[in-house]
Design a protein. Sequence first.
Length: 97
Amino acid sequence: MDRDTERAQLELHVEALQRRLSPGQFIVLMRAFNACRAARAGAGTGSGPGTGGGAPHLGLASGEQELFTPEVQSEMLTLMGLAEQPALRVDRRPPAA
């Protein structure tokens, strides 16, 4: 599968989630997904959100925590899996000299 196909697959899944989940659940899911992606992109670079390793802290309010249900958590794992397909994976190696 090429990069465009994999990106389209991820986008279609996100669109389906937006239709299926409540607005609050969708927002919490996208915040968590984007925070994890940003942390992974910054991992190993010595700067950015991923510095120091570990999971990003989202700081969810109690109402938001209630929205992060097992279903939403499962979808988070699905999104991360789709985003980590080889063509979409963030290359953390330094550029060749």
